[in-house]
Design a binder for this molecule. Structure first.
Ligand code: ADP
Length: 498
């Protein structure tokens, strides 16, 4: 370790969701795991998040630390309270509490979402100033906290408190950008700087918070190396690719990890039978258990295909819609799906369930326990995503001995290598073109390979023994934090400004 990387960094990690407090997607899992891994490396990392109505202070053992923080907002001040709790016994987590904005049942989806997350972000900065804890790095995530890098380069640029603070902005999914009108600039106190980036017609008359995070952060990251390349292109860039191309020397891809302690087939209490690489023979009991749960014939000799996913276009469900019928008609396979989302996919899967009642298990709901049973009992796990920033499902599936069949995109391309029958290399089955027959062919290759039990076992073991832990990624984040500090120091030198 170099002397510089051995230095303890102070990091404020800002996230709209943090597992186990509030979760709607992958962002929460990252916010719940990465800070713990950074703390294990010896850094002083603290998390800040809103206190939604569902975050019960008693249940989570939260203590009030400030009850009178006045946060500048619009022309006035908004009072907030701050609570403190812990993540995994070591990482402090601060909660921004506002009766007006956050004491509601849901997390997102309100007409004032823009204001809500402006208040949260400003509250985070004002809070650390108030307690006198000046971080080296403020790590912002997705659109909700994207305004922070913008503020540090405008209204806080002369504030000595933030003189040495660099910002890192992580894109978890470019599809959600936080787009608002002029009014949000007034609420955020930066209307004098106006709209930005008239070169992109779609941005000329709107405030795109994610775009601002990208424009002003010292370093931008996203959640896999492949996605970091893909988003430089118009195909994946969601209109922001020109900004990313301009700043590509500051863009880095770091693959997410998974919580390997929590997600462990040897200890997972949701499985009928626990197993590891040395007791893979026992895994079949989980398949039978899953078949029982799905009301399908109990038969270890039929390949069982699993899917767990939000039912959205992103996840490739139009391809699934095109291949599922011929697959079930022509091949002896079983199919289990767990997911919720777009109503037209619910309708599509209801039809599949009606047509093939004893070959399918269709669960149109969110069920964390059943998810583990599918990871631990299916033979193959399908993810034909149109785009996939990182993807956790394929990693969890591999850890549980289910072999992934995925489209080569984003994090799927970085974690799944196509099986080559000549060399025996690979850990899954992949296809390139977003095309139903390419997907169909990959499934059939998997089904045919599955019949060779010794080959299949090698694929399973390769997936189960791969290192998906956060520790490796956390080290990469530390490198990126140090780069952000270099960029920041160079800028301070160049402008002569604090
Ligand atoms: P995304 O964050 O885009 O939804 P990921 O693959 O990164 O996709 O993460 C999805 C996570 O949510 C996985 O852990 C998956 O098991 C879980 N999940 C998705 N849908 C469901 C569901 N209906 N029930 C239980 N868990 C689900």
């Amino acid at each position: 370790m170099t002397e510089q990387s051995a230095r303890q960094l102070k990091v404020l990690f800002c996230s709209a969701e943090v597992t186990p407090f509030a979760k709607t997607g992958g962002l929460a899992d990252v916010a719940g795991s990465l800070p713990k891994a950074l703390a294990r490396l010896g850094h002083d990392i603290r998390v800040i998040t809103p206190r939604y109505g569902r975050v019960d202070p008693v249940r989570f053992g939260l203590e009030p630390v400030l009850d009178d923080l006045q946060v500048p907002m619009d022309e006035t001040f908004e009072p907030v309270k701050i609570y403190a709790g812990r993540l995994g016994n070591q990482v402090p987590v601060y909660f921004v509490d506002s009766q007006k904005y956050f004491l509601r049942e849901g997390i997102y989806g309100y007409p004032d979402d823009g204001e809500r997350f402006i208040l949260f972000s400003r509250g985070a900065l004002e809070f650390i100033k108030r307690i006198g804890w000046a971080p080296d790095i403020i790590h912002c995530n997705d659109w909700h906290t994207a305004i922070i890098p913008n503020w540090l380069k405008t209204i806080y640029s002369a504030d000595p408190f933030f003189q040495k603070t660099a910002t890192v902005y992580t894109i978890h999914n470019l599809a959600y950008q936080g787009i608002f009108g002029w009014r949000i600039l007034e609420i955020a106190g930066i209307d004098e700087y106006g709209f930005l980036y008239p070169e992109i017609p779609e941005l000329a008359n709107v405030v795109d918070l994610m775009a601002r995070g990208m424009l002003f952060a010292d370093v931008i990251t996203t959640v896999s190396e492949r996605y970091a390349q893909e988003i430089l292109t118009p195909e994946y860039g969601e209109k922001l690719d020109p900004i990313l191309r301009d700043r590509k020397d500051r863009l880095f891809g770091i693959l997410n990890g998974i919580d390997t302690e929590e997600l462990n087939p040897a200890t997972d209490r949701h499985l009928a039978v626990n197993f590891d690489v040395n007791s893979l023979d026992r895994r079949v009991e989980n398949k039978l258990d899953l078949q029982r749960q799905a009301n399908m014939p109990l038969n270890p000799d039929v390949p069982l295909l699993g899917m767990i996913s939000r039912l959205t276009d992103q996840k490739g469900f139009d391809l699934v819609g095109q291949v599922i019928e011929p697959l079930l008609r022509l091949f002896d396979v079983q199919f289990v799906l767990l997911g919720t989302g777009d109503p037209h996919y619910h309708a599509m899967f209801r039809r599949v369930a009606e047509q093939y009642p004893d070959r399918t298990g269709i669960f149109l709901t969110f069920n964390a326990e059943l998810a583990q049973k599918i990871y631990g009992g299916s033979d193959m796990f399908l993810m034909p995503s149109r785009f996939e920033p990182c993807g956790l499902g394929q990693m969890i599936a591999m850890r549980y001995g289910s072999v992934p069949v995925v489209r080569e995109t984003g994090g799927l391309a970085d974690t799944v290598q196509d099986f080559d029958p000549r060399t025996g290399e690979g850990n899954g089955f992949t296809f390139k073109q977003y095309d139903p027959w390419a997907f169909f062919a990959a499934i059939i290759r998997a089904v045919e390979t599955w019949k060779h039990r010794d080959v299949w076992r090698k694929l399973q073991i390769r997936g189960m023994t791969r290192d998906f832990s956060w520790d490796r990624s956390a080290r990469k984040y530390v490198e990126v934090y140090l780069k952000a500090l270099e960029f920041r120091a160079a800028e301070v030198m160049a402008t002569g400004r604090p």
